[in-house]
Design a protein around this ligand. Structure first.
Ligand SMILES: [Zn+2]
Length: 462
């Protein structure tokens, strides 16, 4: 078998691995490149293999950098099954149409403003392409083997990174009947975080593709709830509204959980809280319903008839008229809305309204990428441009660390340490190149491995 790295090679996005054996082929993950323009340009290129000849696509989890190229693949004639875990299927039904909306809106906006080099500006894919991709989804339960082709089968193991996130173990039979196991980590989650079950450890394989997003870093060991409580108390003392920009999937649910836990522990009053994100509301419902994915504490809450991510003090505003009513809201109150880095979505309306008043608080959760409005605010800019208007920043702008959906370097090492066999080939993927080098060095130090860091287009022969 030949495995060509078509994404997440010396970068963190665009995850795509082309598997070819005999006259057959399949894709593991089908992600969009995100971030710098020179990477995003790659999203326009056709797959370097006829899409119509691909037998199947295996998705590890619903994040767009692992699934967002599916609509484009369908446009290129792919019609085979797209395998994913059942919760990933549910999330993709929310995320892919949303991604199509964003694409179509951006193209319309570019055409109105005439700022695109390409005339007219086109969306990367349309709603119809997203719908075509959704029709191909086929759920495969965790832990059960599924035959891809005689002699080639795969199964999913839970990785706790987001709802439904999985690693893929591929089992292939060679000409002489010898078997080879190829393991794709997907994105690995963290141990002991709320809501979802812990990642299942790496079992050992002949070939290993391991992610390395935080391969050179250690997450802060401080309790994220304590830090959150401190920020919320400071926000309450300012007297205004606390606005929290948060990713709709996973981060929002973790925040809701921690806020509720703080109420249960008597650390905070039950502050009126509003979830103002249609995708966040749907994702919260999916996280609530996915009982099989809940960890012991989450199950305990449900056994007692409580839902910690949908507590009585939480209100939701799915429609835009309900969302607009939040403009009259006075503190103390919390508004959670997307996007997490204030790059678009309803959060912009709240920021425009709340930033000029020093009684209000804007609390960012987690990393803010260079060039985003979130980053400019966290960096202390006194004025930001929202919807074409300059808005003075007088509200307190705060940032909370410690919440991450990715394992850090130590957690990845712990995750790899319970294997029952040694991999002969190790590929470090899904990381910035310097981070990957640091993580590869750590792997050789700890385990005596000789990891490769494949670049885009590199081929690994199994
Ligand atoms: Zn991910």
């Amino acid at each position: 078998m030949e495995i060509t790295v078509l994404g997440a090679g010396r970068c963190v996005t665009g995850s795509k691995y082309l598997l070819q054996w005999k006259r057959h082929s399949a894709l593991v993950d089908c992600g969009l490149f995100q971030g710098p323009a020179e990477l995003r340009r790659r999203n326009w290129a056709p797959l370097p293999h006829p899409a119509g000849e691909l037998g199947a696509v295996l998705i590890t989890h619903a994040h767009i950098d692992h699934s967002g190229y599916l609509p484009r693949l369908c446009r290129q004639g792919f019609s085979g099954p797209v395998y994913c875990t059942p919760p990933t299927l549910e999330l993709l039904r929310v995320l892919l149409p949303d991604a199509a909306n964003i694409q179509e809106e951006e193209a319309r906006y570019a055409n109105r403003r005439g700022y695109s080099k390409h005339q007219p500006a086109l969306p990367l894919f349309r709603m119809a392409d997203a719908m075509a991709a959704l029709r191909l989804l086929e759920p495969v339960p965790f832990s059960s083997w599924r035959e891809l082709h005689p002699g080639v089968r795969f199964r999913y193991s839970r990785q706790g990174h987001i709802l439904g996130a999985a690693a893929i173990e591929l089992d292939t039979k060679g000409r002489e009947g010898d078997r080879k196991a190829i393991f794709f980590s997907g994105d690995v989650g963290r141990y002991g975080v709320p809501i979802l079950r812990d990642p299942e450890p790496y079992p050992g394989s002949d070939v290993l593709f391991v992610e390395s997003t935080y391969g050179d870093r250690r997450h802060p060991t401080s309790d994220p709830r304590a830090a959150l409580v401190e920020e919320i108390r400071a926000g309450l003392s300012r007297g205004g509204v606390i606005v929290i920009p948060a990713f709709a999937v996973d981060r929002t649910q973790e925040l809701l959980y921690l806020l509720h836990e703080a109420v249960v522990e008597g650390e905070l009053p039950a502050i009126p809280t509003w979830l103002d994100s249609p995708m966040g509301i749907e994702a919260t419902a999916l996280y609530s319903r996915a009982r099989a994915e809940h960890d012991a504490e989450m199950r305990q809450y449900f056994a007692e008839g409580a839902n910690p991510i949908f507590p009585p003090n939480l209100g939701v505003t799915p429609t835009s008229s309900e969302s607009r009513k939040l403009n009259d809201l006075r503190g103390p109150a919390i508004i959670i809305s997307a996007s997490g880095m204030a790059t678009g979505g309803r959060i912009l309306h709240h920021l425009k309204l709340r930033l000029p008043d020093p009684a209000n608080t804007v609390l960012f959760v987690g990393y803010q990428a260079q060039g985003t409005k979130g980053r400019r605010l966290v960096d202390g800019e006194k004025e930001v441009r929202i919807h074409g208007e300059w808005v003075p920043v007088r509200a307190a702008v705060r940032q909370l660390g410690g919440l991450s959906a990715h394992a850090d370097a130590d957690e990845l090492i712990a995750w790899l340490s319970r294997r029952s066999s040694e991999p002969a080939t190790v590929c470090v993927v899904h990381g910035e190149y310097e981070v990957q080098q640091a993580f590869a060095a750590r792997l050789s130090e700890e385990f005596g491995w000789r990891p490769q860091i494949p670049d885009l287009g590199d081929v690994i022969v199994v």
